[in-house]
Design a protein around this ligand. Structure first.
Ligand code: CTP
Ligand code: MG
Length: 391
């Protein structure tokens, strides 16, 4: 194994207050820890993630980690951050990676670019930490609060995590520090400095905020709201005609009927309308542009892959789907008995909570082609939140 990560989440978050430790508090609709885990899980070069937790909060951990891949079984942390990191490294040592990233659960704004820089820096330096220039003037004060000296800002850096290390020397330094009864180094770089090993820096990220106090949560919430404030709306519409058969696909659910829908793919009229709505919100053309009906590979295709693709385009822009609303138009089959199953299915395909999906149905009072029972139509609206400044 080349790259693994240790994610320390065993602290009590006393300075943040708020009942639960800060890594389990909600931030923009999901827990801080889940947000922190996500970019590590998504990074193609990171093969395994070793979470370190306080077993008292096992249930909260499970909720945060649910359905995320690459996560090794969590191990119990120690009294200090350093001891928690050590526990994670010892657990990883059974199948040791070449390099390890050590990251605080309290930093949920890790970008893919920051991870790329960490992996790149550690390959050449063996130990490298993200550094951010200090913009305030920094002074040392004496015990009475009087200024003792002004430090040279040009040589000062604020150091973040993820910090990246060759695995074996880091574990060795941790073991030696423990033997020397040193347990309170506040980061891993400090421990290597103590051991006399060089530590390089790479460009950190000012947005990689560390959540320490309740104020930090207020700021983080404001940042998130602003960062996904570019709200887009898209609409979609689709029709498929009935042909012989005994079921129709609606939102990825097989609904028994006396006919089937005819189409090039599985003719899931609802997923097609929703997919077009999502593509519309991105101004990315329509489903036919992404999945040409002339292409034989989409013959009989399950339509969930169309929506999955549209959802991935949203994610690739750093966005989220806020809501999907759809109406199915037909005389038969009756939709109401299946509406909740269809909602849950669409939500699972779109990777969002079912409370963000609405599925309604109506007849056309016997009028027109739908009224004559010649097919099913569906219309959909997608609300998508993108970061400001995205193309
Ligand atoms: N951490 C840990 N084990 C500890 C102490 C801290 O795993 N014994 C983790 C925290 O969960 C956090 C990171 O180390 O993700 C950075 O520590 P800090 O910000 O100090 O978090 P807490 O110790 O939880 O907060 P506080 O000091 O306010 O209690
Ligand atoms: Mg602490």
């Amino acid at each position: 194994m080349r790259f693994a990560a240790v994610l320390v989440a065993a602290g009590r978050g006393e300075r943040a207050g708020g009942g639960l430790p800060k890594q389990f508090l909600p931030l923009g609709g999901e827990s801080v820890l889940r947000r922190t885990l996500r970019p590590f899980v998504a990074h193609p070069q990171i093969e395994a993630i070793q979470p370190v937790i306080d077993p008292v909060f096992d249930a909260e951990y499970r909720a945060a980690a649910e359905s995320l891949g690459k996560l090794l079984p969590p191990v119990a942390g120690g009294k200090t951050r350093q001891q928690s990191v050590r526990a994670g490294l010892e657990a990883l040592s059974r199948n040791a990676p070449e390099f390890v990233l050590v990251h605080d659960a309290a930093r949920p704004f890790v970008s893919e670019g920051l991870l790329d820089r960490a992996l790149h820096a550690v390959r050449s330096a063996g130990a490298a930490v993200p550094a951010v220039p200090v913009s305030d003037t920094v002074k040392r004060i004496d015990a009475t609060g009087r200024v003792a000296e002004t430090l040279d800002r040009t040589s000062l850096r604020a150091i973040q995590t993820p910090q990246a290390f060759a695995f074996a020397p880091l574990l060795e330094a941790h073991r030696r520090a423990a033997e020397a009864r040193r347990h309170d180094f506040t980061d891993d770089a400090a421990l290597l400095e103590w051991a006399g090993s060089p530590v390089a820096t790479f460009e950190g990220d000012p947005a990689n905020l560390k959540l320490t106090t309740a104020d930090d949560f207020t700021r983080a919430n404001a940042l998130m709201a602003a960062s996904l404030g570019d709200i887009r709306t898209g609409t979609g519409f689709d029709v498929h005609a009935f042909g012989p058969g005994d079921f129709v696909m609606l939102g990825g659910v097989k609904v028994r009927h006396t006919k089937s829908l005819v189409g090039h793919s599985d003719a899931d009229v609802l997923l097609h309308a929703i997919t077009d709505a999502v593509l519309g919100a991105l101004a990315e053309g329509d489903i036919g542009k992404h999945f040409p009906p002339s292409d034989p590979q989409w013959r009989g295709a399950a339509s969930n892959q169309f929506l999955t693709h549209a959802v991935a385009l949203v994610a690739a822009r750093g966005g989220r789907i806020a809501h999907l609303d759809a109406t199915i138009l037909c005389e038969a089959p009756k939709i109401a008995p299946h509406a909740d199953t269809i909602r849950a299915s669409v939500a699972a395909i779109a990777g969002i909570d079912a409370s963000r999906v609405s599925v309604k149905a109506t007849t056309t009072e016997g009028l027109g082609f739908l009224g004559r029972g010649e097919g099913i139509a569906a219309m959909a609206t997608a609300t998508v939140r993108l970061p400001w400044g995205a193309a």
